[in-house]
Design a protein around this ligand. Structure first.
Ligand SMILES: *[C@@H]1O[C@H](CO)[C@@H](O)[C@H](O)[C@H]1NC(C)=O
Ligand SMILES: *[C@@H]1O[C@H](CO)[C@@H](O)[C@H](O)[C@H]1NC(C)=O
Ligand SMILES: *[C@@H]1O[C@H](CO)[C@@H](O)[C@H](O)[C@H]1NC(C)=O
Ligand SMILES: *[C@@H]1O[C@H](CO)[C@@H](O)[C@H](O)[C@H]1NC(C)=O
Ligand SMILES: *[C@@H]1O[C@H](CO)[C@@H](O)[C@H](O)[C@H]1NC(C)=O
Ligand SMILES: *[C@@H]1O[C@H](CO)[C@@H](O)[C@H](O)[C@H]1NC(C)=O
Ligand SMILES: *[C@@H]1O[C@H](CO)[C@@H](O)[C@H](O)[C@H]1NC(C)=O
Ligand SMILES: *[C@@H]1O[C@H](CO)[C@@H](O)[C@H](O)[C@H]1NC(C)=O
Ligand SMILES: *[C@@H]1O[C@H](CO)[C@@H](O)[C@H](O)[C@H]1NC(C)=O
Ligand SMILES: *[C@@H]1O[C@H](CO)[C@@H](O)[C@H](O)[C@H]1NC(C)=O
Ligand SMILES: *[C@@H]1O[C@H](CO)[C@@H](O)[C@H](O)[C@H]1NC(C)=O
Length: 795
């Protein structure tokens, strides 16, 4: 049993041996106030009396970390890491046990990271103990104010307990001790469970290992004894589950339990009398299947064993987002995702279905069409613009959008998956042969079959189901939506008509408000049948006229679009008098304005670049890839929504303008939001798609600098962001704009130049969105931008 005093006793002879063997005599058992450590130099750590454990700096990807490691063996084994959210630490950091008894790390930029929380009481002495516990004592030198054993990271040491509501979180990699993507959670229901740790809610469906002790109540703990016995104890008394047998040799041996980078937790053994032994061997693992960790390969990827090692693979037509980091998942490695409903008989095929046998993924199906076999299921997805993947389970066909999460391909899985692959694209951004070279035979075979089946099943469906829905979607692909909104038609676009009562139920009586726009209020709701969270926008009634226009515009515009950087309209409601409601997919992360202007959620530099690119892709699609060009007219951070994967999506098409009949210009009353509106609007000149380019430029500056376009709290020369940017650009002092450590200066300069081009007063000088995308991607050179205000209009 894990009783700490008996534990220390058992440690004594063992500690003595190590002392002799390693002859590490510089042990400083007690650390006094005023002591400090640096990552480099003579003393980088404080050792335990025997020298077995050390508390101090050790290398970590990109710098250093502070924590506890086993110093007495050849291979440095980290068992605890401080402040994992703020890694890496700079090589100029200092760890200090301050004169007022706090344990802190001072970073060169002046920030101070607090390592221990002693609730305001200054500790008198600190001690690295031979058990691997680092303890801060009160002035009586006995009362424990703080100890590392109470704050486990990814490792459980002998004598340490994982108590209810605590969890071990895996590391990012063997050399990066930041928080990784798996957790082992000691739940208050008594169950010990492994989940992905990706920031999404977990539940039974995402658990990939459990002790099964869910009925044992709130006092269950996980314990490890010095003979390698790992077990769950209830009320500190009853053995309720023995994970290992225990009884392993205690002599010169050290055991520890760790949740590894791959999400499996293992009991490790180190032989202390063989100093040259490097390989830490494990004697027990929670699973022998190395692909067990759910989400190991990120979204759109799956794990497969190859020569006993876990390997990540991407779906057909996908590529790793970051080949160095598999868990970052896969994405389509080309941009075009324009959906055209295939007729099957005529036209060039632009999309196909590939099969992936024995697969399974998180079920977020949005539709379950009738399908009695694999081919019908594959066809159903093929025919549906919203569908990116389908899973045929034998009795259901589950259509789904990307990304696919928690994907697994394993032999005993009876389901068959289908993935849509786009072969040619409107923008011709990439070479379609890439995909055929990977999956050419399969694609062709499946496709051949699909076409055959499509004709037959079309006929059958028409006969059986009167063909109403299929027919209309078929017609829609070619038919132009008329100016007179025909609600019936929206159903064909895949939009669902909700009744008002239904929406009332979904939103629980319009209870939870998500936000307010100029045209109405947005509420959160849950569609119970599919557990899908949605955003319901209720258009203001006072603005009956305006509201109706907004409603119709939004329906018209979104009905015509399909792009991953535009929010999806799922349905509408207009059966309740003048009330008009729109149902959108719910964006978990809120608006770009929410995350950008809040220092707590400020995105990293690389995330910001990605967001800018996402927005540019969305606008490019609206301007140049749609059948009818669409001017959004109100691009601003409040109208960019963020999904759970950090994808930016343009929303709020209420002000958008369709350019019909080969129009390139239009004139209209001023629309949009002050500060983002292009100057030609104030001059009452005809407007073009370039007004969105201007707004994008302003938003780009805001993204890069994480501040608002206008901030009157700043000195007057900095208040207007756009002017301040140009000033800094001209004086070659761009670093004044962005003070983050991770900013790449070359990229910053490129981005600023793009923004300056976009915000030129003369619309004709502004690049098209296509050029903007190319410039953002770094494929075209960016000339030196002129002063944006050099264009002096006489009008
Ligand atoms: C660390 O300090 C050295 C000298 O004091 C300085 O040259 C270097 O730039 C500093 N590094 C960081 C990351 O602050
Ligand atoms: C270190 O501190 C502990 C607890 O305060 C004390 O029991 C022990 O005697 C001290 N050891 C040394 C070598 O000062
Ligand atoms: C454990 O303690 C709880 C109260 O904390 C008690 O309700 C429960 O019956 C105890 N379990 C056993 C097996 O004694
Ligand atoms: C169970 O846990 C609660 C709170 O953690 C504690 O108050 C209680 O004494 C514990 N019961 C037993 C029998 O350990
Ligand atoms: C678990 O281990 C304890 C202590 O060795 C033993 O008393 C108990 O019977 C074991 N329980 C099971 C289910 O093996
Ligand atoms: C540890 O290594 C020593 C020397 O190689 C060996 O004699 C001893 O049996 C090993 N101990 C264990 C528990 O494997
Ligand atoms: C120590 O371990 C290494 C690697 O496992 C082994 O090759 C070597 O023989 C061991 N040394 C002794 C003295 O057993
Ligand atoms: C053990 O690992 C260290 C560093 O990882 C390496 O320098 C050393 O050669 C290794 N020793 C053996 C016996 O593999
Ligand atoms: C797509 O992936 C293939 C294979 O990994 C690669 O050769 C090709 O360059 C990629 N295409 C694009 C546009 O990134
Ligand atoms: C299919 O594409 C080819 C060239 O890519 C073109 O010549 C042909 O006209 C297209 N067929 C149809 C039906 O669009
Ligand atoms: C698409 O691009 C490829 C190379 O990038 C080029 O060879 C091909 O002619 C282009 N096709 C069309 C239809 O523009």
């Amino acid at each position: 049993m894990a009783n700490s005093s008996s534990h220390v006793a058992s440690f004594v002879p063992f500690v003595f041996t190590i002392f002799l063997i390693f002859n590490i005599a510089k042990a400083q058992s007690n650390v006094t106030r005023g002591s400090s450590l640096r990552p480099t130099g003579a003393t980088t750590s404080w050792l335990s009396p025997s020298g077995l454990y050390a508390f101090g700096f050790y290398p970590q990807t990109g710098g250093y970390a502070v924590g506890i490691y086993i110093a007495g063996i050849a291979e440095r084994t980290v068992v605890w890491t401080a402040s994992r959210e703020t890694l890496p630490l700079s090589n100029n950091a200092t760890l200090r046990f301050t004169t007022d008894g706090r344990l802190v790390v001072d970073q060169p930029q002046g920030q101070q990271i607090s390592i221990s929380d002693t609730r305001g009481i200054g500790a008198t002495v600190a001690s690295m103990q031979d058990s691997g516990n680092f303890v801060l004592y009160d002035s009586d030198r006995r009362t424990i104010l703080w100890q590392s054993f109470d704050h486990p990271t990814d490792t459980l040491l002998v004598g340490q307990r994982l108590v209810p509501r605590q969890a071990l979180l895996s590391c990012v990699s063997e050399t990066d001790h930041s928080i990784g993507i798996f957790k082992l959670s000691m739940q208050s229901d008594g169950n010990l469970v492994q989940y992905p740790n990706l920031g999404f809610p977990n539940g039974p469906s995402t658990a990939y290992w459990a002790s099964g002790t869910f009925d044992k109540g709130p006092n269950v703990t996980l314990n490890l004894d010095s003979d390698g016995f790992l077990y769950l104890l209830q009320n500190s008394t009853f053995y309720i589950r023995n994970l290992t047998k225990g009884g392993y040799p205690r002599e010169d041996a050290i055991y520890l339990m760790k949740i590894d980078v791959d999400g499996i937790f293992r009991l490790y053994f180190h032989n202390l009398s063989n100093t040259s032994q490097n390989e830490s061997s494990f004697i027990w693992a929670s699973s022998t299947d190395k692909c067990r960790g759910l989400g190991l390969c990120g979204v759109n990827g799956y794990c497969a064993l190859m020569n006993e090692a876990a390997r990540c693979r991407c779906l057909p037509g996908f590529d790793f987002v970051n080949p160095e980091s598999w868990s970052s998942g896969c994405k389509r490695n080309y941009t075009a995702e324009t959906c055209k409903i295939q007729d099957g008989n005529e036209g060039n095929l632009s999309q196909m279905m590939t099969t992936l046998k024995n697969s399974r993924w998180e079920d977020t199906a949005y539709a379950l069409p009738k399908a009695s076999n694999q081919q019908e299921c594959s066809l159903a997805c093929m025919k549906d613009c919203n569908c990116e993947a389908a899973l045929f389970t034998g009795d259901s066909c589950r259509l789904q959008k990307l990304p696919l999460r928690y994907m697994q391909v394993r032999e005993n899985e009876p389901n068959v998956g289908f993935i849509k692959v786009y072969l040619s694209s409107v923008s011709n951004g990439s070479d379609p042969t890439i995909y055929t070279s990977i999956e050419v035979k399969k694609v062709r075979q499946v496709m051949f079959f699909v076409i055959g089946v499509s004709i037959i099943s079309f006929a059958i469906l028409i006969l059986l189901l009167s063909g109403v829905i299929m027919w209309r979607s078929h017609v829609w692909a070619y038919k132009k939506i008329s100016e007179h909104v025909n609600v019936q038609l929206f159903e064909d676009v895949g939009l669902r008509a909700f009744s008002y009562a239904e929406l009332e139920k979904i939103t629980d009586g319009f209870k939870e408000e998500l936000g307010r726009g100029s045209f109405g209020i947005v509420y959160k709701g849950i569609i119970e049948s599919s557990m899908k969270i949605v955003a319901v926008k209720k258009l203001k009634q006072e603005l009956a006229q305006e509201g109706e226009r907004e409603f119709q515009t939004e329906m018209k515009v979104i009905g015509r679009t399909h792009h991953r950087n535009l929010t999806r309209l799922l349905g509408y409601c207009c059966d309740h008098g003048p009330e008009r409601l729109l149902v959108f997919e719910y964006m978990t992360k809120g608006s770009l304005a929410d995350i950008l202007f809040d220092p707590k959620s400020k995105p990293s530099w690389s995330e910001r670049i990605r967001i800018a690119l996402d927005i540019a892709h969305g606008i490019f699609y609206l301007h140049e890839e749609c059948e009818t060009p669409i001017i959004h007219c109100d691009i601003k951070p409040q109208n960019i929504l963020m999904d759970e994967y950090g994808n930016a999506k343009i929303s709020d098409f209420g002000l958008a303008k369709l350019l019909e009949h080969d129009q390139t210009k239009t004139s209209t009353l001023i629309r949009g939001t002050r500060g983002y509106v292009a100057p030609e609007w104030h001059k009452k000149l005809p407007i073009t798609v370039k007004v969105d380019v201007y707004s994008f430029g302003i938003v780009l500056f805001e993204i890069l600098c994480c501040r608002r376009k206008l901030d009157n709290n700043l000195p007057s020369d900095e208040a207007i962001l756009q002017d301040w940017v140009y000033e800094c650009y001209e004086t070659n002092e761009l670093f004044k704009l962005v003070n983050d450590a991770d900013v790449d200066r070359k990229t910053l300069e490129r981005m600023i130049k793009i923004g300056l081009w976009c915000t030129q007063e003369d619309p004709s000088l502004r690049p098209s969105m296509k050029i903007v995308v190319l410039m953002l991607e770094g494929t075209v050179k960016i000339p030196v931008p002129p002063n944006p205000t050099s264009f002096l209009s006489v009008i």
